[in-house]
Design a protein around this ligand. Structure first.
Ligand code: KG4
Length: 343
């Protein structure tokens, strides 16, 4: 048994500033400061995001340590998101982690944000939590920037089985939501309205992409063409049909995601299947996972809602496994705007 490892995790890849404290695999605190400033622009404005991170990072770290009841001097190491993400935003977390680790004379650990989403499944709420997936397992990572099926062989070893060749699923949902006037990000609004609509009312073109890859740009176009044609006949078409449009769109996205995931799980003979990323909060997708679990005997892993969006708890757990492997960053470590889940 090693002495307890207490890690501070820092996440600043996009528009959420987050700090978390983890002791071994058990989460002690996870504080998230979201940035309301982007709402009025209909999307994240990179320059505003990095400025807001600068304002938020010290109080967020302070709150995380306070909630955890941990003093700075008790930290073993600091984990931070190195990428992928917005470069200006990443720079804030990276620089802060470098400064604090140097002041405390403890290691810093650079974390891949995509791996961290997957590793969120290993966060324990209590020391006796035994719900973690068993290796190897498949994880559908589905967010605003990514849609990938990942084969997870061990904590620090992942390979991509399939991925989108164009838009991510969350991006397609957000764009369709925008043309319906649902604001940004539109995924949660579509989810909410879909619960009151008929998912069989409208049908949209489904992609024909070989292997386990995805495509969502055709669906987006098919959705836009339907609106264009119907709005010519009735200018109130969207208001009158919003719920059915959302339910049908969501069902199509979920069907596309599940079909490829099912094929991959069948061919790779895996029945341990997880989901991660912002779109994993979607109630239709979660329901589909439950159905596949009953039908095909899948052992499913659905993250707690707090771990679906960007958060530092997942950065801390990812840093923990890298700490055990002695994979540390250095003062020369720089952020990456783009980086694969396999690196
Ligand atoms: O992982 P994430 O927080 O960061 C990015 O990759 O940007 O994912 C954000 C994405 C957005 O596209 C958002 O619309 C989507 O996740 N999202 C949802 C839901 N909650 C968030 N999509 C569908 N249903 C939801 N409940």
């Amino acid at each position: 048994m090693h002495p307890p490892i207490t890690l501070l995790g820092i996440e600043s890849s996009c528009d959420d500033t987050s700090a978390a404290v983890l002791r071994d695999e058990v989460i002690l605190s996870n504080v998230i400061a979201t940035q309301a400033v982007h709402t009025r622009y209909g999307g994240v404005v990179p320059e505003l995001a990095s400025r807001a991170h600068l304002q938020n990072i010290i109080p967020t770290v302070h709150d995380a340590l306070k909630q955890a009841g941990v003093r700075r001097e008790a930290l073993t190491a600091i984990a931070f998101t190195r990428g992928p993400g917005l470069l200006g935003s990443l720079l804030v977390g990276t620089s802060f982690a470098k400064g604090l680790s140097s002041a405390l004379n403890i290691p810093m650990i650079d974390v891949n944000h995509l791996q961290a989403h997957v590793q969120a499944h290993f966060i324990k709420e209590t020391p006796h939590d035994t719900t973690q997936p068993r290796f190897p397992f498949l994880c559908l990572l589905v967010s605003g920037g990514n849609t990938q099926i990942i084969r997870v062989k061990s904590h620090n070893h992942m390979e991509i089985v399939g991925q989108t060749i164009d838009d991510a699923a969350g991006e397609a949902l957000d764009k369709c939501a925008k043309v319906m006037g649902l604001g940004y990000p539109g995924g949660p609004a579509i989810d909410r309205l879909a619960t009151q609509g008929n998912p069989h009312r409208f049908t949209f073109g489904k992609p024909h992409v070989p292997g386990y890859d995805y495509s969502f740009s055709g669906l987006k176009t098919s959705f836009l063409y339907l609106l264009r044609d119907e709005l010519k006949k009735d200018t109130h078409f969207i208001e009158k049909n919003r719920e059915d449009l959302c339910a049908s769109l969501q069902k199509t996205v979920v069907d596309i995601l599940m079909n490829k995931l099912y094929q991959a799980a069948r061919d790779l003979q895996t029945d341990e299947v997880a989901i991660a990323g912002g779109v994993s909060a979607n109630s239709g997708l979660r329901r589909a996972f439950e159905e596949y679990s009953h039908r095909y005997g899948w052992k499913i892993h659905l993250p707690k809602l707090a771990y679906t969006t960007d958060n530092a708890a997942m950065v801390a757990i990812s840093g923990y496994y890298k700490y055990l492997d002695r994979q540390f960053g250095s003062p020369g470590t720089v952020p990456f705007a783009r980086i694969s889940v396999t690196r």
